[in-house]
Design a protein around this ligand. Structure first.
Ligand SMILES: C[S@@+](CC[C@H](N)C(=O)[O-])C[C@H]1O[C@@H](n2cnc3c(N)ncnc32)[C@H](O)[C@@H]1O
Length: 447
């Protein structure tokens, strides 16, 4: 296994790949940066992969873990068609909005003028105790994250968007603008992975939410104008078929044997709870009011990657017979690790069900790999950006195991490249251990 073997765009300049698995580059790019998704990856990695695998206009790329649409947005910009599947409804909506570049400037100006005037009018109508009013609308967590006046403005903007007579795509656009504002004007530390209402940040104290909202919406419009101008001239003829669904089985959504390239990053086996990342947003928009709502509406729909998703007696978290039949070598390795973890957990304070987590993760990845194989054309490649892990110090070499499962579902070869070793992504890992971890690229080829 070597470093940086696959991706070289320009022989003169060495490509810096150590941040490809992070969202840093995307945070500096128009449209990509509309929503800070810490689980997202770099659009530069997508560009490099499309380039390396000679994917051009008219061809099709697919991302089975679409997230906020980095792969699809990059493809559209380059005049390439795309499919995408994302199980988290809120994250899917962000991707859908980022892929719509048909928003018109004059309609944006009218929408912002309407919202500004509506919010100013409503501010005057507030009778009685503001805190009481807010308490009826929002769970405690939201109340703790904002100054009352700011939260009241955010609520009014939300109501203006919901009740205004906007077409669906404009409502999405305004919704993403408001979503983007939520963490900017919060007085609490709302960073990844968890919200800490007790930690106060001072930078947002003076911000006027309505002013910031209008500014953001105009900046988003500007992003669309820049992107339309810079994109490949064929982009208006491309299609981007994206679904809020489950990539373990996409029959009926993504046709068999049509896709030229897959570029994706599955959830890592590192116990981060993706559903929890959007807790602030879901609570604010009234899409969930409790941990239970988030579990029912989101956690259960995602592939297993955090112990918070697990119900102990479900067969979903026992290594599957299908995995056994298809790939006994991986099954045996995992069985041993799972047995070790089921003993180890009893000796630890938190008694985390890492044994079930590992089983559930690989059962799910087995289904995903089989589905990815189905949709690819022959001679095509699938690229997975992923990290390995070491729950309770038991090393699970995810990249190699995914490569081997790939062979078992029909791929003819796999290749591993290391992006970085034990980077910042693991600094916050609650599972302290000495195992050296890595973030890798697994490339699978269908013959
Ligand atoms: C590492 S993130 C990918 C982020 C994406 N590359 C981006 O830049 O926004 C993995 C994504 O997979 C999604 N996911 C998890 N289980 C899924 C499933 N069964 N089907 C489709 N998407 C799923 C998660 O919600 C998460 O958004």
């Amino acid at each position: 296994m070597k470093q940086l073997a696959l991706f070289t765009l320009d022989e003169e300049k060495p490509v810096k790949t150590d941040e490809w698995g992070t969202f840093k580059d995307s945070l500096r790019a128009p449209i990509h940066n509309w929503f800070t998704y810490p689980a997202g990856f770099s659009y530069k990695a997508v560009e490099a992969s499309l380039n390396t695998h000679s994917i051009t206009t008219g061809q099709i790329v697919y991302d089975p873990f679409m997230g906020t649409g980095t792969t699809n947005l990059t493809a559209k910009r380059l005049g390439i068609n795309s499919y995408g599947v994302e199980a988290h409804p809120f994250v899917y909506r962000i991707a859908r909005t980022k892929l719509n570049w048909d928003i018109k400037e004059d309609r944006v100006v009218t929408a912002v003028a309407y919202i500004e005037s509506w919010v100013r009018d409503q501010r005057k109508n507030l009778n009685g105790d503001l805190r009481n009013h807010l308490r009826q609308e929002f769970p405690e967590l939201i109340l703790k994250c904002y100054e009352d006046r700011t939260l009241f403005d955010l609520l009014l903007i939300r109501e203006a968007i919901t009740n205004g007579n906007f077409p669906a795509d404009m409502r999405d656009f305004l919704f993403v603008g408001l979503t983007s504002l939520l963490r900017q004007v919060s007085t609490a530390a709302t960073g990844w992975p968890y919200i800490a209402p007790k930690k106060q940040k001072t930078t947002s104290l003076e911000k006027d939410a309505l002013f910031e909202f209008s500014r953001l919406i105009f900046r988003m419009m500007q992003d669309i104008l820049i992107t339309r101008f810079e994109a490949h001239p064929d982009y208006p003829n491309t299609f981007h078929a994206i679904y809020n669904g489950d990539s373990r089985n996409t029959e009926g959504l993504v046709p068999s044997g049509r896709v030229d390239h897959v570029f994706t990053s599955p959830p890592y086996l590192n116990n981060f709870d993706y559903a929890d990342r959007t807790r602030l947003e879901l609570y604010f928009f009234g899409e969930a009011r409790s941990w239970g709502d988030i579990t029912q509406n989101i956690r259960t729909k995602l592939i297993t990657s955090a112990t918070t998703q697990i119900t102990r007696d479900s067969p979903r978290y026992q290594l599957s017979d299908n995995l056994h039949k298809a790939c006994p070598e991986v099954y045996d390795f995992l069985s041993e690790s799972v047995t070790q973890l089921s003993k180890l957990r009893l000796t630890k304070g938190g008694k985390k069900s890492y044994n079930l987590l590992v089983s559930g993760y690989f059962n799910d990845m087995f289904l995903i790999l089989a589905d990815v194989y189905r949709v690819l054309k022959s001679e095509a490649t699938a690229v997975f950006v992923l990290g390995d892990s070491a729950p309770y110090g038991v090393h699970i070499p995810t990249d190699e195991l995914i490569g081997k499962i790939g062979i078992a579902v029909g791929f003819s070869e796999y290749h591993l490249d290391i992006l970085r070793e034990r980077g910042g992504k693991w600094k916050d890992n609650p599972q302290r251990h000495d195992v050296k971890l890595r973030e890798s690229i697994v490339t699978l080829r269908k013959s």
